[in-house]
Design a protein around this ligand. Sequence first.
Ligand code: GUN
Length: 297
Amino acid sequence: MAATVIDGKAFAADVRSRVAEHVAGLKSEHGIVPGLAVVLVGEDPASQVYVRNKGKQTVEVGMHSVEHRLDATTSQEDLLALIADLNADPAIHGILCQLPVPDHIDGDTILNAIDPAKDVDGFHISNVGLLGTGQKAMVPCTPLGCLMMLRDHHGALSGLDAVVIGRSNIVGKPMAQLLLGDSCTVTIAHSRTKDLAATVRRADIVVAAVGRPQMVPGDWIKPGATVIDVGINRIDKPEGGTRLVGDVDYDSCAAVAGAITPVPGGVGPMTIACLLANTLTACCRANNLPEPEGLTA
Ligand code: GUN
């Protein structure tokens, strides 16, 4: 039977409309407008596209959006001063510094300078620790989006075998923590895993987040498993031009899987939708108001 295609574009649109509804309620009932500040240092073209999309979608859901585009030569000291200002600004509930930052700036120092309560990326060491110990945290956006889609597809995830391929701080590690939090049996596989094929074949849920185009073939997938593809890789087409592919070989995996996310249109759109959800959550927490249901971990 053909796999169910999990439509991340439609799912993200639904998340955004739920966020927008909650934002409208905050405004009319409490006079509060959630605010998100995005900081970009340098001219990385991919980052510029992300930041533009973030700003546009923030405004579309009724939030206050602030963008700080800084020159690539900005000093770490000046960047830290800007973050201190944003930490102190009561109109700002979420702060995100787009990665990567230029080489002369220490990324960890910047991420850990953001007020953990405003850390809508969930990258501050306090939020990493809170998530790892099962406490209320700000949760990284891409894994949160994957979790929402998995919960929607499966209902409860308890007892399922999950294999996360990739051990990055942005996706792999927090994804594993979230799946563990939902009582999956979790394996984190990576480039040194001895028998990756055998490891993946055990999984009811496969999350591929390695950044290697089409590296997971269909014969690694257990029949009926759910495949979440976090990869976004641009490859050359034989006839010329390029196209986007994920970390899994879509056609062969879709022939075996029970459900699969496409690339594009799967996990990708969920990341910004979850950033908006996190900004709303941070705003509700800052104002001691009830958090939106179904939009947090
Ligand atoms: N660069 C690539 N992905 C991300 C992300 O999720 N957050 C930030 N801040 N930068 C990124």
